[in-house]
Design a protein around this ligand. Structure first.
Ligand code: CUA
Length: 258
């Protein structure tokens, strides 16, 4: 799902000119706001789309009623005070409850999802975002899943592949379409591990481990950086996430083992 923004439009006839128009604006940006290159990012995008559509519908109804009232009661020289209308009061109360419930459910479904909590999913619909791979369960990595320990230290990130002798700095290589558990920690002060295009952001806290689970879906190179001010080298604390096909990943790992 490279360009989910297209889903806002009922037809590609409308979406394509819009995307073509904004294209020159996209490349100079460090990150692509319309890219979702992992199941986690897709989950966040989907929530945002749902809330935007809901907000747009509410705005249309409210503005529509307002315009109608302006038109309907124009030139009224003898305005009468509004009378109590129980039906109307009940209607807008129920509508408000329904809207808030929809927003709450949509948000809870995304926020409680293992792709955002890092594992401990609490009874949410697993199929609502394809987790990919073959995760053992919601509480930890399965046999086919990849585990990487992300350690932040002033001023760089290092990545240790669990069960391997492989450790890299400033570059995290991940296979596409395979579930990965990233365990984020820090050796000194507070940092934050942030990869916008993959929808991942986790605090790196000394003595603590924060796990985030995701499945990269689009091969490519993504920028990552520290998102918590940690000292004079904070702005230098950048890294690259390179998502490659599975066999390429195996070859890369094999080469690093040797
Ligand atoms: Cu590490 Cu900012």
């Amino acid at each position: 799902m490279t360009v989910p923004v297209a889903e806002f439009f009922p037809s590609p006839l409308l979406a394509d000119p819009f995307l073509a128009a904004i294209d020159p604006l996209r490349s100079p940006l460090a990150i692509d706001p319309f890219l979702s290159a992992s199941t986690t990012a897709e989950l966040i995008e989907r929530l945002e789309r749902r809330l935007t559509l809901l907000g747009a519908a509410v705005a249309l109804v409210v503005e529509g009623l307002l315009l109608y009232a302006v038109w309907r009661f124009r030139d009224n020289d003898d305005p009468a005070p509004t009378e109590t209308n129980h039906f109307l009061e009940l209607a807008w109360m129920i509508a408000t409850v329904a809207i808030l419930a929809a927003v709450g459910l949509a948000a809870a479904n995304a926020l409680a999802h293992p792709a955002l909590t890092g594992g401990a999913g609490v009874g949410v619909d697993e199929s609502s975002a394809d987790s990919g791979g073959t995760s053992g369960d919601d509480h930890g990595p399965g046999s086919d899943d990849l585990e990487v320990i992300v350690e932040a230290e002033r001023f760089e990130f290092s990545f240790t592949y669990a069960g391997e002798t492989v450790r890299t700095r400033d570059e995290l290589v991940l296979p596409a379409d395979r579930t990965v558990f990233l365990t984020v920690t820090s050796a000194d002060v507070l940092h934050s591990f942030h990869v916008p295009d993959l929808g991942i952001k986790r605090m790196a806290i000394p003595g603590e481990e924060n796990t985030v689970r995701t499945t990269p879906t689009e091969p490519g190179e993504y920028r990552g950086y520290c998102a918590e001010y940690c000292g004079h080298g904070h702005s230098e604390m950048r890294f690259t996430v390179r998502v490659v096909e599975r066999d390429e990943f195996e070859a890369w790992l094999e080469e690093r083992r040797g």
